[in-house]
Design a protein around this ligand. Structure first.
Ligand SMILES: [Cu+2]
Length: 180
């Protein structure tokens, strides 16, 4: 656990996310993401919440016994401008591997603050790295990028999914995530 926490700390350090005021930093990243939409060259980045801000406290215990190779895999494609499928359904206490791929030509985001607080997240897997027990608000995907989330749903509910990049939600990039 200590090693995993350290791993995440180093990972966040590499991302430029200090352990300090993450909200402010996330705001700066959002501003950068907005810039990326215009310039097309600055990569968008994931957004993290505060560990004490409503996330399940026992994510480690809940996800420890899971055999992830036996977990159900759900694939979601992000494009201009939508999620395919736009409605996702999960069952409480069942492990899932959620694979997100951006097949569009713009950066997109899988933003679902309430959903991320309703699940025990084991990790988010990048092309060449893995962040253990992240406190996510949103996952950012550049064109042709894939990121994978391993999690166990905890709190049943109907959660909003959207892309918060300029006008993307207005153009229809919204969805629903149900935990039953
Ligand atoms: Cu988008």
């Amino acid at each position: 656990m200590v090693v995993l926490t350290l791993h995440l700390a180093i990972f966040r350090l590499l991302l430029g996310l200090s352990a300090g005021p993450r909200r402010g930093r996330a705001g700066a990243i959002l501003a950068v993401a907005g810039t990326a939409l215009v310039s097309g060259c600055v990569p968008a980045d994931d957004q993290f919440g505060h560990p004490r801000d409503g996330y399940p406290a026992d994510a480690v215990t809940m996800t420890a016994p899971v055999d992830w190779h036996a977990a159900q895999t759900i694939e979601v494609v992000l494009t201009e401008f939508g999620y395919e499928p736009a409605t996702l359904k999960f069952r409480k206490d069942q492990p899932y591997v959620l694979k997100l791929t951006n097949t569009g030509s713009l950066p997109h985001r899988f933003q679902a603050e309430e959903f991320f607080r309703a699940i025990a997240t084991r990790s988010v897997i990048y092309e060449d790295a893995e962040a253990g027990y992240p406190f996510l608000d949103a996952i950012a995907l550049d064109p042709e990028e894939t990121k994978t989330l391993r999690f166990v749903p905890v709190t049943p509910g109907d959660y909003r999914l959207s892309c918060d990049l300029t006008l993307h939600a207005t153009f229809g990039m919204v969805g629903r995530i149900l935990i039953e």
